[in-house]
Design a protein around this ligand. Sequence first.
Ligand code: 1CP
Length: 333
Amino acid sequence: MTPIKECLINKKTNLNPIWLMRQAGRYLPEFREIRKNNTNFINLCLNSNLSEEITLQPIERFDFDAAIIFSDILMIPFGLGQSVEFKKNFGPSLGNISLDKLSETNEAIFTERLSPIYKLLQNLSRNNKLIDKDLIGFVGAPWTLLVYMINKVSPKNGLSKDFFNNKELIHSLLTIIDKFIKIHIKNQVNAGATLIQVFDSWAGLITDKFDQYLYNPTLSIVDYTRQLGVPVICFPRGISNYSEFCKIVNPDMVNIDYSVDPKELIKKVRIPIQGGLDPKILLTDKENLRNKTTKYLEIFKNHPYVFNLGHGILPQTEIEMVKELVKIVRDFK
Ligand code: 1CP
């Protein structure tokens, strides 16, 4: 059994397996080299050979315990026929949606559009470099996908004023999103994903109706993934009540962000925990990195814990600091 599964399923402590969110990508020179010649990000995600190479780059450098496929949460809107573009120094930009147009996409069409992602997983699951490692497939959570599909650009400066205006659209979209997230998970599992992570990057923007936007839709995805026999990790970034989330949604593991006090959380939460370290710590110095990393490891000594960050690794992170982080975690006794 892989170290992450030992932790998740057998609740082993002190193993401290490690992988990093966004480990494949922007901070790696070998990624930037490939990206330079592949300016269309969606096409890069749909190139199984290059995606395989990019997925393996951090494994070759740092020997992480899991590979996360090089893809994006916005491949679901793309698969549904909504246009998705990534603009330099701006981020994602999505096209207008109409329910009529979305309803033209059935399971077969969606699966065909995203077939290179499933081919990527099939190839990786046969790759010797991933023996004894997990292969992580992922999806955006319903709320976060709803946000991008309606807001059409990153909500980092807030949701548009009219975001909640069309209740019928929101209701219908959530039904469609639920269906296609499940199809995408099923396809990834059939192609060899051994774990699924659900990224709810904008969960912190939910201020009321938690049942409608956070708990019920996420629970539906978690229950479905479990039925497929694959463990599921949830990352509801920025929410204020992780212990309530764990009680209601009860995923196999929860990834915490860096605003969570880990000492307080383990008093209330029994399920395995992943992550927490502020990615900005990797931009400081080795001594500070050691102190902050060791703090997490000490706190989680008697709790099943997978080392990770409290959000994705930052583009300006130096390779040397990532190497040091892996060493600190592996040497911890
Ligand atoms: O070179 C580039 O400019 C592309 C940068 C990039 C990369 C490397 C984007 C654009 N996506 C990715 C890959 C990616 N995205 C992965 C696989 C690689 C890995 O994890 O190692 C994963 C898991 C994601 C997930 C993702 N995409 C999330 C959830 C995690 C998070 O960071 O919160 C989100 C919100 C996205 C949307 C997205 N993709 C890319 C950008 C710039 C954004 C928007 C972020 C925003 O709204 O501000």
